[in-house]
Design a protein around this ligand. Structure first.
Ligand code: KIV
Ligand code: ZN
Length: 528
């Protein structure tokens, strides 16, 4: 059987980061990019450099430090966007610029206010300009699936003539279905001038739950790049999930005749990292990486599995990196062994960061007999990958019980180094802690999500708390405005880990709150 290669293009750091509340800081982006490199994705779309100086800087850092994958920056068909994208990726070992312009009549009329002729001209000049800077150019006709196919062939032909080497067909609003999308890709292959010189790519959104199916239907018609994200993160209902695409191609290899370069054992660690950094938890029944994806509950199923796993399992959990919580370090393990283990897990810490993580490790090792990878990951993401402290949590003390009024005393270190202590009571100990913190920080926000999970089994497990808070801020950055208040609603996620879930909750709140305060400061936005 002939086996073809399909390029896996990961856009977790760009489209994925556009999920409400999924904002990542530069260190987190870099860590995710390193994980994507270990996963061996072919292309990492690291951001949209023209969108903000922070994004440009993050893409540049990824481009300089991650050499195993192509690094791509997104740009509208606008000269200044292309300049920013090139500035960000030019130092990469394999740089790519991805330019896009909308092609559907609905976008032309209401968003761009351009004629088809103008779009053709803009495509011609901007693809040519991008190609004058970079040899690897991807072009996307945004809202491709709602565009007139004849117009699409024309635009794509021009992009190829001007040097685009990958043509990406986005289902921007998640509107298509597998049969229709396959027809569109077939039409593009038959009618686009010069298409044999380019790779056809697809970029599917999941609004109707068909992103993975649509992407695979396109592969059957000759698409050889798939754009996707870890955990299916992305705008609205998200993008096609990388782990689903990869495992479908892998598990049904004899059907598709396609392989990817992905190291499947890195799928689960990648999912965990993205979920922990974005604060967006993975639903339990999510294919491949959900907590129940390999769990068997029904008696009949359990019986079958015991007799032969193939009765009810089409994939081996080890293939996706589950059940590999190897290491065991304990309280006698030294700094060197600890650093080595983190290195193997892909966390390269030194200096002050390593000291802080090691101190947390020792503290935890005193409470738990043995620690495995999951504990270490929780410590590192809690201790290291947090927003820069504006306020630092110094101490929490609570008193609670079925006959007590839950009360918390909290000490924070303020930005100028002063220690501030305050106390509050609440409906429960976590509520009391949050109220005490609010009395000190005084930044209005609303807690909209709170979840706590045990990282490992056992009564001494580390508890990981993930929260999301919402705040309304003034500003004009294009986000939807609340009609009554005239303000934008921002979401911030936070995570914290500890064997004490009240402490983990306090850490999670400080992490979200520090992100909110940083945005207020950076944009000089005023909340009240
Ligand atoms: O969904 C979309 O159309 C996009 C493009 C920028 C490729 O994300
Ligand atoms: Zn998209």
């Amino acid at each position: 059987m002939d086996v073809d290669h399909v390029v896996i293009f990961d856009t977790t750091l760009r489209d994925g980061e556009q999920s409400p509340g999924a904002t990542l800081n530069t260190d987190e982006k870099l860590e995710i990019a390193r994980q994507l490199e270990r996963l061996r994705v072919d292309v990492i779309e690291a951001g949209f450099p023209a969108s903000s100086p922070g994004d440009l800087d993050a893409v540049r850092r990824v481009a300089r430090e991650v050499t195993g994958s192509s690094i791509c920056g997104l740009a509208r068909c606008v000269r200044s966007d292309i300049d920013a994208a090139w500035e960000a990726v030019r130092d990469a070992a394999k740089p790519r610029i991805h330019v896009f312009i909308a092609t559907s009549d609905i976008h032309l009329e209401h968003k761009l206010r351009m004629t088809r002729q103008q779009v053709l001209e803009r495509t011609r000049s901007m693809v040519a300009y991008a190609r004058s800077l970079c040899s690897d150019i991807e072009f996307s006709p945004e809202d491709g699936t709602r565009s007139d196919p004849e117009f699409l062939y024309e635009v794509l032909g021009i992009a190829i003539a001007e040097g685009a080497t990958t043509l990406n067909i986005p289902d921007t609003v998640g509107y298509t279905n597998p049969v229709e999308f396959a027809q569109l890709i077939r039409g593009i292959r038959q009618h686009t001038p010069g298409i044999e010189k380019a790779i056809i790519s697809v970029h599917c959104h999941n609004d109707l739950g068909m992103a993975t199916a649509n992407s695979l239907a396109a592969v059957m018609e000759g698409a050889r790049q798939i754009e996707c994200t870890i955990n299916g993160l992305g705008e609205r209902a998200g993008n096609a999930a990388l782990e689903e695409i990869v495992m479908a191609l892998h598990t049904r290899r004899s059907f598709y005749g396609i392989e990817t370069a992905i190291v499947t054992q890195e799928l689960y660690p990648s999912s965990r990292m993205v979920s922990s950094f974005t604060g967006l938890s993975v639903q339990a029944n999510k294919a491949i990486v959900g907590a129940n994806a390999f769990a068997h509950e029904a008696g009949i199923h359990q019986d079958g599995i015991l007799k032969n796993r193939l009765t009810y399992e089409i994939m081996d959990a080890h293939m996706v990196g589950l059940g590999e919580n190897t290491l065991v370090l304990g309280k006698h393990s030294g700094r060197h062994a600890f650093a080595d283990k983190l290195d193997q897990m892909g966390y390269h810490l030194d200096g002050e960061e390593l000291n802080r993580a090691f101190a947390r490790f020792k503290e935890l090792a005193d409470k738990k007999k043995t620690l495995d990878d999951r504990d270490l990951e929780a410590i590192v993401s809690d201790e290291i990958f947090q927003p820069d402290d504006v306020y630092r949590l110094v101490q929490i003390q609570v008193s609670a019980g079925d006959r007590a009024i839950p009360t918390a005393t909290v000490t924070l270190e303020s930005p100028d180094g002063a220690l501030i202590t305050d106390a509050a009571h609440g409906t429960g100990p976590v509520d009391a802690v949050y109220k005490a913190i609010n009395r000190i920080v005084q930044v209005p926000n609303e807690l909209i999500e709170f979840s706590v999970n045990a990282v490992t089994e056992g009564i001494d497990a580390v508890g990981e708390v993930t929260i999301r808070i919402q705040a309304e801020l003034n500003g004009t950055n294009g986000l939807p405005v609340n009609a009554q208040t005239g303000r934008h609603t921002y979401l911030f996620s936070g995570h914290g880990a500890s064997t004490d879930i009240i402490v983990a909750s306090g850490r999670a709140y400080m992490s979200a709150l520090n992100k909110l305060i940083a945005v207020r400061q950076a944009s000089a936005l005023v909340a009240e």
